[in-house]
Design a protein around this ligand. Structure first.
Ligand SMILES: NC(=O)C1=CN([C@@H]2O[C@H](COP(=O)(O)OP(=O)(O)OC[C@H]3O[C@@H](n4cnc5c(N)ncnc54)[C@H](O)[C@@H]3O)[C@@H](O)[C@H]2O)C=CC1
Length: 430
């Protein structure tokens, strides 16, 4: 089934499903504009091709396009500005990344609806109102029109308008459903803060109320030092009885949030969390061997998955590769090795890419090549996007099925977010 094309008995591809919409929650408060209109007409294959072609056309101008988009949005609706951080760089990048991902998934309705639903739920933390969606849609179309130049046409405007309508309906519905069952944000106090390596800190938080998540997921975090500048960090633990949460943070050079968390945050400081999300979770009902590949602070979700496996009784064999550039950055490996000594189901290897230590030298993809094949494993990849891409490629070549490779499009550069899934699909088909 193509996005938007449906038989009469199917759930609408827009995700505006057979269930009646829940009553509007607080997020449905009247905004500057009317709420989104009823289901837009579906989009056919030819129109999907048009959408993609227009994205390729404006792609080289993407940075300017997003600057323009936010400029006209804030000019037309100054009240919306207060929802965004002072520094818009990361936010601009996120809009682009989201758009590219949507266009990438446009012929994959199941994943598109899942992605947009998640986006809608995630937007609750910003205080997004239903009435903001038409304002954003109008600014987006005007920006695309401006940068597409002569290639822009009434037909293209209509296709984009319907595509945006479908996407925003899915987002609004997901946000409303989520509002019916839980808060948009959680306050949490830092109760422990320790340095684990050069510029790497481990923070433990105690949320004021129950924070639901699964091992392997990530949370968005807002600090008091950079209001409304949300960043994603993986949880480094499986759910605990006392409800505490651990995060690993590396202070990024030139960053605004991570250096504050590593160098300034102290026990007693309060952070705000958005809902947990992410697909790097253990699949229920499966009991095959696991392969976890962690690069740098990508160790966090892997540590959580290993903890969860232990809690489930250690019934699955787990092979972990932990990579860092230097031995000093290989934080957390000792704990993992100690755990492996106590548990026969766990095997751990360290890999150093930029330092020569006999037996440890190499990159993570090289190590997978050397110690593989892992074709019957359930695989979890976490770390820098190039590492994730290269590792996935090695594993696909070894015969690992695409569906068994789990990763999150986490903090990845704009184009990678759009290319990675297609690239992997292409590998799969070879
Ligand atoms: N759920 C997830 O996927 C998570 C992802 N991350 C991401 O992981 C990254 C961690 O950053 P750092 O700690 O600074 O890592 P880093 O840059 O120090 O690298 C860590 C490891 O990845 C390898 N690596 C880096 N670039 C590579 C490439 N092009 N090809 C193959 N291997 C490569 C390095 O050799 C090293 O083994 C961040 O981008 C962060 O956003 C972090 C936590 C969770």
């Amino acid at each position: 089934m193509r996005f938007g094309r449906r038989r009469p008995d199917e759930t609408p591809a827009s995700g505006v499903a057979t269930d009646p919409a829940p009553p509007p929650g607080p997020s449905a408060a009247p905004g500057p504009h009317a709420a989104p209109t009823p289901a837009p007409a579906p989009i056919d294959d030819e129109e999907i091709a048009l959408l993609r072609a227009s994205v390729e056309l404006v792609g080289p101008l993407a940075q300017d396009l997003t600057v323009y988009f936010y400029a006209i949005l804030f000019q037309r609706h100054p009240e919306v500005r207060a929802l965004f951080p002072a520094d818009m760089d990361v936010q601009r990048d996120r809009l682009l990344r989201g758009l590219l991902r949507i266009v990438d998934l446009v012929d994959d309705p199941e994943n598109l609806v899942r992605f947009c639903s998640r986006l809608g739920r995630d937007h609750r933390k910003f205080g997004t109102l239903n009435g903001h969606y038409p304002a954003v849609g109008a600014a987006l179309l005007d920006s695309l029109a401006r940068f597409a130049g002569d290639a822009w046409s009434a037909r293209l405007a209509d296709v984009w308008s319907r595509a945006y309508g479908i996407v925003s309906q899915v987002m609004v519905q997901a946000a409303e459903e989520d509002a019916a069952v839980g808060p948009a944000t959680w306050k949490a106090d830092i109760v422990d803060h320790r340095l684990r390596g050069p510029g790497i800190a481990e923070l433990t938080l105690r949320p004021h109320s129950h924070y639901p998540f699964q091992a392997g997921q990530y949370a968005s975090v807002e600090t008091p030092w950079q209001p409304r500048a949300w960043r994603y960090y993986s949880l480094a633990n499986a759910p605990r009885e006392d409800g505490s949460l651990t995060f690993h943070v590396r202070a990024l050079q030139g960053g605004r949030v991570s250096p504050a968390l590593v160098h300034h945050a102290r026990p007693g400081d309060q952070l705000t969390l958005g809902a947990a999300q992410g697909d790097m979770v253990l699949s229920p009902g499966k009991d095959g061997d696991l392969l976890c590949v962690a690069g740098g602070t990508g160790l966090a979700p892997v540590q959580a998955l290993v903890e969860q496996t232990a809690r489930d009784g250690g019934r699955r064999f787990v092979e972990v590769f932990v990579g860092a550039r230097t031995a000093g950055e290989l934080y957390g490996l000792d704990d993992m090795l100690r755990m492996a000594q106590r548990n026969h189901w766990l095997k751990v290897r360290g890999v150093l890419s930029d330092e020569t230590v006999p037996g440890w030298r190499g990159s993570l993809p090289e190590a997978l090549r050397e110690f593989g094949p892992f074709y019957d494993h359930e695989v979890y990849l976490s770390g820098p996007v190039d590492m994730v891409t290269a590792s996935a490629r090695v594993l696909v070549r070894q015969g690992v099925a695409r569906r068994n490779i789990h990763y999150d499009p986490f903090d990845v550069p704009v184009l990678e977010a759009a290319l990675l899934p297609r690239r992997l699909r292409a590998e799969d088909e070879q």
